[in-house]
Design a protein around this ligand. Structure first.
Ligand SMILES: Cc1cc2nc3c(=O)[nH]c(=O)nc-3n(C[C@H](O)[C@H](O)[C@H](O)COP(=O)(O)O)c2cc1C
Length: 315
């Protein structure tokens, strides 16, 4: 038996596998046992009803997908009245994700979702199509520190800060979030991109620019997880391009304590559970008694194959 539990601050998850915000809903219980997941992560909610961006909202890429959904939401009241009770029919901890355009509203939203049924507050300060001064605070360390400090003071609940891979210096942002009191970092949201339809010469999605996710982003985000894990002490949740067991292992070796998955859910909703089973099997076969022992276990030395190849005789 492999111990699959992981600890993120004072929250213990029964395993490190979670869905990513925006890619999951309780409707998935129709096709899989969502009680097996480490936590349930709700779609980002903001104060008012938002209709979201014009369609098409998603397009396929060779390396994954591009989306600009535009954070549609029925608003905070609907979330608390209807969605939270719906999530609480299931056993994993509930991670509520919030977004706001101003630091004032972020603070107020934090107080609003500070209800007993919400176990963790994920702070989405990294929607790639939002303005750095409003909603996309994770583009700058000062904005990040300011908004996260306000959020920290507004709640005693665990706060997970979701960073942007579009920031120039993600390590500086990670340090700012930690200094402001975040309990964990989620690395990361999507990478801003553009796909052009070469028949129409127009953008492929309604908002023109969108966020790229899926396998193509994985090496970039694994690198960010590794860099940030060397710079902060708080746990990191890796998120970007996970489609198989080996991807989870890579994220954990790079320094992640747990992972979240978005793209794979659109490809194969129950893929998360296949990955969970496969991860346990991977650990068992290699003699890891605790999945948590993978975290940060990357050996930071040159690849052995390079030496072997260089030293090999010419044939
Ligand atoms: C269709 C779609 C909707 C998303 N909506 C949200 C959202 O509401 N809040 C959020 O924080 N991230 C959102 N994301 C980003 C994901 O949570 C995740 O950070 C990103 O997709 C990278 O993971 P992946 O490569 O496994 O998809 C969304 C991603 C997709 C593809």
């Amino acid at each position: 038996m492999v111990d699959m539990t992981v600890k993120i601050g004072n929250v213990t998850l029964k395993n490190p596998i979670m869905p990513a915000s925006g890619a999951f809903s309780t409707e998935l219980a129709q096709v899989m046992d969502i009680n097996r997941l480490g936590a349930l992560v709700a779609k980002t909610v903001s104060r008012e009803y938002r209709i979201g961006n014009p369609p098409p909202r998603v397009a396929e890429l060779e390396c994954g997908m591009i989306n600009s959904i535009g954070l549609p939401t029925k608003g905070i009241e609907y979330f608390l009245e209807h969605q939270v009770p719906d999530y609480k029919r299931f056993t994993p901890p509930l991670v509520g994700s919030i977004s706001a355009q101003t630091a004032d509203d972020f603070e107020a939203m934090t107080r609003d979702v500070d209800v007993p049924e919400v176990d963790v507050i994920e702070v989405n300060i990294s929607c790639p199509t939002r303005n750095p001064g409003g909603g996309n605070f994770a583009m700058h360390e000062d904005h990040t520190f300011n908004v996260m400090s306000r959020i920290r003071k507004a709640t005693a609940k665990p706060v997970w800060c979701k960073l942007s891979p579009n920031a120039g210096d993600v390590v500086a942002i990670a340090k700012a979030a930690e200094a402001a009191g975040a309990d964990a970092l989620v690395i990361a949201n999507t990478i801003l991109g553009l796909k052009i339809n070469i028949d129409t010469f127009r953008p492929a999605i309604g908002n023109k620019y969108g966020g790229i996710s899926g396998p193509g982003v994985k090496p970039i985000i694994v690198r960010m997880v590794h860099q940030c894990s060397k710079a902060v002490k708080i746990p990191i949740i890796g998120c970007g391009g996970i489609v198989k067991v080996e991807d989870v292992v890579e994220y954990m070796l790079a320094g992640a304590t747990a992972v979240m998955m978005g793209y794979i859910i659109f490809r194969n909703p129950s893929g998360m559970l296949a990955i969970l089973d496969g991860l346990e099997e991977w650990c068992r076969k290699r003699g890891f008694a605790r999945v948590a022992d993978l975290t940060g276990a990357m050996i930071d030395e040159p690849p052995m194959e390079t030496f072997a190849a260089a030293a090999a005789p010419i044939r």
